[in-house]
Design a protein around this ligand. Structure first.
Ligand code: HSE
Length: 413
């Protein structure tokens, strides 16, 4: 029998205990051992839980229990999760986590401690909820040089954008619905400002580069400025707006960002709706591979956590080879040097004059025509431009009396 502890009994944590209890016989058959939940750490009371007697509020009951060999961390946030996880690893326990903030901030350090002690530190659920992506990147695609990853990595924002696109629902109503359904982070700013997607693309980037990519070095935009007008222009252009985390190799540098993008209807990511996530991986041998599934929610995420626990059980004395080194983000390309084609929506008193200025400043652009455009408004798509040049052109256009209402990148996948 292998004894485990679960730290946190929120949405994901309660799913983990539910799956471990409900599927215990099948799980035991698959790992050739019984997995016994010895302790659950939470500050709240859960008198109705079938294992109510195993709850504790005291971390030392887990840390000091030598019989507990595997600890699941599903508390979220960096502290106290980091202190608890580090101390479990230092005490010789393998750790499984769904905590993307923890992995994105402290992954290199925790992986190093695990490596030095021949322990496992696994985090499949930290990216894409129930979608297998960490293990496939680390194993099935290991023979590839991964050139690019583009992903819809946040279920809440994808849900909100889908409601805006399909039902013309307001941003606020859609967010409220996502929160009620248990998709959103405790602080939904992490979802709608893009920080959650940023943490996830940092984890994927760290995996493929073998060096830690820290979120603070990654340009991140959320969806709070996306309006129903922009959604309409995207449709007229031939696509949809999605919040994309993107990382690619570019002349020895790593181009990485999180931003809303116009995704063309022909792209495999354009039809990924609601709380679903999808991750497009371009390998130099495989070409494009897409991973698709539920990126948030209790049981999908818990399923990935429990699978990691099972992996720890079958590899109790052996470390899975997941590792990246620490770094200071030195290979990240400065954001100003990244280049995209851009959608721009403009208010101009004199549209004819403004269109001439647009061609002079941005080069040959394509106008987007949509029904019910306000009289003084127009939209266009620029050629691919370096962001620093794009910003300069925008400033010059505003000096000519135009007001820029929105700018959104055009996806190239
Ligand atoms: N808030 C996250 C999301 C949860 O919406 O994707 C899963 O990481």
């Amino acid at each position: 029998m292998i004894q485990v502890a679960v730290m946190g009994h929120g949405v994901v944590g309660s799913g983990v205990t539910e799956i471990l209890l409900k599927n215990s016989a099948e799980i035991a058959k698959r790992v050739q051992d019984e997995i016994y939940i010895k302790k659950v750490l939470d500050l709240r009371e859960f008198p109705d839980s079938p294992i109510a007697d195993r709850f504790t509020k005291d971390f030392s009951e887990i840390e000091d229990d030598e019989d507990i060999k595997i600890v699941v961390e599903v508390m979220g946030g960096v502290e106290p999760a980091y202190t608890f996880v580090k101390s479990c690893l230092l005490k010789g326990k393998s750790v499984v986590t769904s905590n993307k903030e923890l992995v994105a901030q402290k992954g290199a350090e925790l992986l190093k401690i695990a490596k030095e002690r021949n322990l496992n530190f696994l985090f499949e659920a930290s990216v894409g909820g129930g979608i297998p992506i960490i293990r496939p990147l680390n194993q099935c695609l290991a023979a590839n040089n991964v050139e690019e990853i583009d992903g819809i990595l946040n279920g809440t924002t994808n849900f909100i954008l889908t409601k805006m696109i399909k039902d013309s629902m307001s941003f606020e109503d859609a967010l409220k619905l996502a929160q009620d359904l248990g998709y959103a982070e405790r602080n939904p700013a992490a979802d709608v400002e893009g920080h959650d997607a940023c943490r996830k693309i940092c984890i994927l980037a760290s995996m493929i580069f073998g060096k830690h990519v820290y979120p603070k070095g990654v340009h991140t935009e959320g969806i709070t400025k996306v309006t129903l007008d922009d959604v309409g222009y995207a449709e007229a252009w031939g696509g949809v707006i999605k919040l994309i985390g993107s990382v690619k190799q570019n002349n020895g540098k790593h181009q990485i960002l999180v931003a809303p993008m116009f995704v063309p209807a022909i792209s495999q990511l354009s039809s990924v709706d609601d709380v679903f996530n999808a991750i497009l991986v371009k390998g130099d041998s495989t070409g494009e591979v897409v991973f698709y599934g539920k990126g948030a929610g209790k049981l999908p995420t818990a399923s990935a956590v429990v699978a990691d626990v099972m992996d720890c059980v079958t590899n109790i004395d052996r470390r899975r080879n997941i590792f990246w080194e620490d770094s200071s983000n030195e290979t990240i390309m400065p954001f100003e040097d990244t280049a995209y084609s851009m959608y721009v929506r403009v208010f101009a008193v004199n549209k004819a004059e403004a269109c001439v200025n647009v061609s002079n400043l941005f080069g040959e652009c394509n106008a987007i025509e949509k029904d019910n455009t306000p009289e003084n408004e127009f939209a266009f798509v620029t050629p691919v431009m370096k962001y620093s040049d794009f910003e300069k052109a925008c400033k010059s256009l505003e000096k000519e009396g135009c007001k820029i209402l929105s700018t959104i990148r055009i996806a190239d996948f």
